[in-house]
Design a protein around this ligand. Structure first.
Ligand code: MN
Length: 323
């Protein structure tokens, strides 16, 4: 068995108090993996708290949870901190960053370039999702992948594989999903719950943003910007921006899709998307971010105009070098 997975297993079995967390502005994998880890700890009769600095996104409010997801750290430190789906120690937010310094940490992740910030680091970039990794953990513990645990794992997998369409849709993850279905998972119902979460305001936000989409470098770069002004105008939040970047990735000529989101006047969240061999992780890491080969991102502390110039410059140089 993988040595790091073995360390995770032993540590979970031999200790009692855990705090489980994941990255801020959590996606389906972050929340699914937290829920799944919670169900594992619950079946081992361990004491645990689920924490996420941004809380549970409204669009995932339907998910069954083994405990509420709190935004407040408990007063007493846990024996062990379990950090999920976080490419580095700053991803879970400021409160957890402090905690990583003083509490023994298990880092379970699948991001390329994870520096191994935990005392125990189980990092598998070849895994589709952290939910898939947590499912492997449950299997080693002979915990059946059924009911709410299976639903949480499916949420993770379906989110991070883009509904089984990205390159990380491995035979292993399809076999695992087949196992979940054989065990009784109602995947059509979970899929419907994942999809049917839009508001009219969100549709209007997407309309405004896409109307102003741009192409650069002979159509090889697609770019959208989401300003504070448009979020206010459409009465939406950053949660409503999810998936926007995928529209421009699907433009025929586009090799790299860029989304720039103005979270604060000088704080720009960027997302980069690509298909195939175009490695956006490299581009994101040169800007202090990270992620996966076809989906990466990060934050730039500068104005929207400056961030746009900087990113376009890096992407242009990468694509020109490829020609
Ligand atoms: Mn993930």
């Amino acid at each position: 068995m993988n040595k790091n997975l073995e360390q995770v297993l032993t540590t979970i079995k031999e200790n009692d108090h855990f705090l489980v967390t994941s990255h801020i502005n959590p996606d389906g994998d972050a929340i699914g993996a937290m829920a799944a880890m919670g169900y594992i700890l619950q079946s081992l009769q361990k004491d645990f708290v689920l924490f996420n600095e941004s809380g549970l996104p409204q669009r995932l409010a339907w998910l069954k949870l083994p405990a509420p997801i709190t935004q407040e750290l408990p007063e007493t430190d846990p024996q062990w901190l379990i950090v999920l789906d976080s490419g580095d120690s700053s991803r879970p937010g400021e409160k957890i960053k402090d905690l990583i310094g003083r509490v023994k940490t298990i880092n379970i992740d699948h991001h390329l370039g994870n520096p191994g910030f935990g005392l125990i680091n189980w990092v598998e970039p070849q895994s589709s999702s952290v939910g898939e990794m947590v499912a492997r953990l449950a299997q080693k513990l002979d915990i059946p992948l059924q009911g709410a645990l299976a639903e949480a794992i499916f949420l993770s997998i379906a989110s991070d594989t883009g509904g089984f369409s990205f390159g990380n849709t491995t035979p292993e993850v399809l076999e695992l999903t087949a196992h979940l279905i054989r065990q009784g998972l109602d995947y059509a119902q979970i899929n419907a719950q994942m999809q049917k979460q839009w508001s009219l305001n969100k549709v209007k936000l997407h309309g405004h943003v896409l109307k102003n989409a741009e192409l650069h470098l002979n159509g090889q770069i697609g770019l959208i910007t989401i300003t504070q002004e448009i979020l206010k105008k459409t009465e939406t939040t950053i949660e409503d921006c999810e998936g926007l970047v995928n529209y421009i990735r699907n433009i025929k000529s586009v090799k790299v899709a860029i989304s720039l989101r103005e979270d604060e006047p000088d704080k720009i969240k960027f997302s980069l998307r690509s298909y195939g061999n175009v490695n956006v992780q490299q581009m994101a890491s040169s800007l202090g971010g990270g992620g996966h080969r076809n989906a990466s991102g990060g934050t730039l502390e500068m104005s929207l105009t400056q961030a746009k110039e900087k990113i376009l410059d890096i992407v242009r140089r990468y694509l020109r070098g490829k020609d």
